[in-house]
Design a protein around this ligand. Structure first.
Ligand code: G3P
Ligand code: MG
Length: 361
């Protein structure tokens, strides 16, 4: 248990509303931090007529770095202190998979360089391999890319003809879809999760859905919003591409699970962290590994998102208020134009928060 600090943060009035912010398309557009986002953080940190502080958390289908690293980057970007207890990423819920795969080889897909391998190892996966390791082993496995010196510097040396993988974890957006479609398909149709092998075509038992190597995607986003004028393809588009090619080459449906928003596991975890902000004596005393179902929150929760299919669907499904902003994926003007109808549509995160605080009185 963490030691409680003497100086306790003031306990919040139990009717105080809480806020949950999506990141891409709400607080940021690509690397550009919206000025409105910085203003909102000032307001929630006490710079408001009541001098009140409001509990809040950032929940993103993004990822690619440790939560402890991401919150430091967000602190700099938003110019307020963001603690590890205030960030949930798409793969944060993969921590719950560690007991099952800690000692098994896992294939990690997505993100820049070997960052997701390092996140997986920090979570507790002891044998995490990435696509660069396979290209170092047999360059012909994906003939369209020659490993760079930098990639060689972090590629792990291994003989994959002797390694039987336990699972595939797609942790972030792929930087080479062709390579990753090829390698994931290779591994899913392999005998016992060994690259370069193939399940016998006539062995129906080997191809049974329950015998397939588990494939865990960290979010379902078909689209996400950055600074381009139209939404960009996300991990959901890669997932559908892999499933389509896998079906074409094997005739079988790809069995897979998906985390992130709008799944309940991600919202349960976010709610557990938010709830602690009302009662914790200090951020350091917040349990980052909450177990069990999320406690009900004392005040309303307002989720601000740009993606109806992840942010609004998740918030609505969780009984939270949903504010759909027009700075990311959603480019409409009326709630009914969204596939998942929000409580309200607002121009940006600042208009959204002003509306919510006015509504709360
Ligand atoms: O990879 C990022 C994207 O899928 C969505 O991120 O922050 O809008 O949930 P976010
Ligand atoms: Mg977004």
């Amino acid at each position: 248990p963490r030691l409680l600090r003497a100086s306790a943060a003031p306990r919040r009035a139990l009717s105080t509303p809480a806020f949950c912010f999506d990141i891409d398309g709400v607080l940021k557009q690509g690397e550009h931090v919206l000025p409105q986002a910085k203003q909102v953080m000032q307001i929630l940190s006490g710079n408001n007529p009541l001098g009140k502080k409001y509990p809040f958390i950032c929940v993103t289908n993004g990822g690619g770095s440790l939560e402890s690293e991401r919150c430091k980057k967000l602190t700099k970007e938003l110019e307020v202190e963001i603690g590890e207890h205030q960030i949930v990423q798409s793969h944060t819920v993969f921590r719950s998979l560690v007991p099952k795969y800690a000692d098994k080889p896992v294939f990690i897909v997505g993100g820049n360089s070997d960052r997701c391998r390092r996140v997986a190892e920090a979570y507790g996966f002891k044998h995490a391999y990435i696509p660069a390791d396979l290209l170092a082993w047999k360059p012909a496995i994906w003939p369209y890319h020659k490993l760079t010196e930098k990639e060689r510097s972090y590629a792990k040396d291994a003989d994959f003809s002797t390694i039987s993988f336990g699972a595939i974890l797609v942790m972030h957006d792929s930087r080479d879809w062709g390579r990753d479609i090829q390698l994931v398909t290779d591994l899913v149709r392999a005998q016992d999760g060994v690259f370069g092998t193939l399940k016998p075509a006539n062995d129906a038992a080997a191809w049974a859905p329950e015998r397939q190597i588990p494939v865990h995607f960290s979010n379902p986003d078909l689209l996400w919003g950055n600074e381009f004028s139209q939404a960009r393809f996300g991990q959901g588009a890669l997932q559908e591409s892999i499933a389509a090619v896998y079906k074409l080459v094997t005739g079988h449906e790809l069995q897979r699970t998906t985390g992130g928003k709008p799944t309940r596991a991600t919202y349960d975890y976010a709610a557990s962290l938010l709830a602690q902000q009302y009662t914790a004596d200090s951020p350091a005393s917040i349990n980052l590994r909450p177990t069990g179902p999320a406690p009900s929150l004392p005040g309303r929760v307002y989720m601000v998102g740009d993606n109806p299919a992840s942010d609004i669907a998740g918030a609505n499904g969780y009984g939270w208020e949903s504010i759909l902003v027009q700075t990311g994926v959603f480019r409409g003007s009326k709630p009914e134009e969204a596939e998942h109808v929000p409580t309200v549509v607002k121009r940006d995160v600042l208009e959204g928060i002003k509306w919510a605080l006015e509504r709360e009185g």
